[in-house]
Design a protein around this ligand. Structure first.
Ligand SMILES: [Zn+2]
Length: 460
């Protein structure tokens, strides 16, 4: 199974300087190819017959000049070649319609180089620590200090990246777990159809994602640690202060650039806290031996965090639409990292051979887990749930997790249900008939209308 990993590197000041130069050279070559393509395609458009296009190639030796760009010779030519090669691959993907045209890269503090296996080697030194040797025999930066936080296989190629003053080594490697032997969602569903209700009740866990309680898995609550919460509020306050300072500063000034860096690092800190939580919560859920079937709500975070539509009265006067309140809610939703949590849970459960399904999130917060009575009045406050029909009382999030679990069990045992490409359990039996009936009605109406139009046309 192909796995990706990112390790933080700690280059010394000399290594930092050389890496920065190499990143600059790689960017220079990339930009030169972009410019070349722009020039040649303009020329072809103007002066060549239709159907003749500008040639695209991977040549870059014309940019290595002893007078104009002597510094390019200080960089290992393999790095330049990899940069051109990546540009060429991107261009080919663009021609296939898979992505945009390769664009010029601006000069920022973010940079990267792509190293193929002749430019690096992982070596276990005498003290037992694995270090990364970067460069060729004659042109190298020596051993790069790495933070090895997990086991990995030596890769074929690596990227060294710089973001906000931090250096990272990232790569993909082939993991010993064979992913062709692992069960897919359909296999799991097929298998679980034959399971008993008791088994499913015992081994299924419903997960409700919320704002006050980020993740509620069955009766278990996953939340940030108090230290992380404090750190987040502190950073949020700090960010606000920085934003105010940024607003007062002159554009293009050095101080503004510095503040921008600080803002970036503060955001990075928040993102790190979020990612840490998502990894830990998803790991705990998947490694629990009682959880064999994991159920999520099919939340569409992108749709949920849209800005509200503008409101206008008939006279054309614009009314308040609660945009700023919604913006606050959106920030809170996005701050939970719901989608990141889902992504982590997906790959971890797949590796562990556990089933992960999603169900429709419709009314999960208003439905009673005991008697399925659905009413907005059931939700008395943010936290408390009291059923108006049977008097069932619970924490609202725990009730929702229970509802999600029940919903999934019903769908798993129902032979008519299907698994969509998004991994959502669908009650296809009933859904399909409703759709056909509606569709056929529309078709009937449409044909009648066209018949009428057909009759009316000759008369007119
Ligand atoms: Zn009830």
């Amino acid at each position: 199974m192909l796995m990706g990993i990112r390790l933080q590197a700690h280059p010394n000041s000399g290594q930092k300087l050389i890496l920065s130069q190499w990143m600059g050279c790689a960017r220079f070559i990339w930009n030169a190819k972009c410019e070349e393509d722009r020039y040649l395609s303009t020329f072809a458009k103007k002066y060549m017959p239709i159907g003749v296009y500008a040639p695209i190639d991977q040549k870059f030796s014309q940019y290595k000049d002893g007078v104009l760009s002597p510094w390019l010779s200080d960089c290992p030519s393999q790095i330049l070649r990899n940069s051109v090669s990546n540009w060429f691959q991107t261009y080919k993907a663009f021609l296939k319609g898979e992505c945009g045209k390769p664009k010029r890269k601006p000069k920022t503090d973010a940079g990267s180089i792509h190293l193929t296996n002749e430019l690096f080697r992982f070596e276990t030194c005498d003290d037992g620590v694995t270090r990364l040797f970067v460069g060729t025999k004659t042109n190298n930066i020596g051993y790069l200090s790495l933070k090895n936080h997990g086991p990995y296989q030596p890769p074929k190629s690596i990227h060294i990246k710089r973001r906000l003053g931090q250096y990272f080594v990232s790569f993909c490697y082939e993991d010993p777990v064979d992913d062709t032997s692992l069960a897919t969602g359909h296999d799991h569903l097929e298998y679980l159809r034959g399971a008993s209700l008791e088994f499913l009740n015992q081994h299924t866990v419903g997960i409700d994602r919320g704002i006050v309680r980020p993740v509620q898995a069955g009766a278990e609550v996953f939340d940030l640690t108090p230290e992380q919460k404090r750190s987040k509020t502190r950073t949020a306050r700090y960010l606000k202060r920085l934003q105010r300072r940024l607003a007062r500063q002159k554009k293009g000034s050095n101080r503004r650039r510095k503040i921008k860096g600080k803002i970036g690092r503060a955001h990075l800190k928040m993102a790190n806290i979020r990612r840490d939580f998502c990894h830990k919560a998803s790991h705990a859920i998947v490694s629990n031996p009682n959880h064999k079937v994991i159920i999520l709500e099919d939340l569409k975070t992108k749709n949920m965090t849209k800005a509200p539509k503008p409101k206008q009265t008939e006279s054309g006067h614009w009314e308040k639409n609660g945009a700023s309140a919604k913006a606050g809610l959106n920030r809170q939703i996005l701050d939970q990292g719901w989608h990141q949590f889902e992504t982590f849970l997906k790959y971890k459960s797949f590796r562990a051979g556990k089933a992960l399904f999603k169900v429709s999130p419709h009314m999960t917060s208003q439905e009673c887990a005991a008697c399925s009575h659905t009413h907005p009045g059931n939700r008395q406050s943010q936290a408390s749930f009291v059923c108006g029909a049977c008097g069932h009382t619970d924490h609202a999030d725990r009730n929702a997790a229970e509802v999600i679990k029940k919903r999934a069990i019903v769908l798993i045992l129902d032979s008519g249900s299907e698994l969509s490409s998004r991994g959502v359990l669908l009650d296809s039996g009933r859904g399909a008939t409703v759709k056909t009936r509606r569709a056929s009605a529309r078709r009937a109406r449409g044909s009648e209308a066209s018949k009428k139009r057909g009759e009316a046309a000759p008369a007119a």
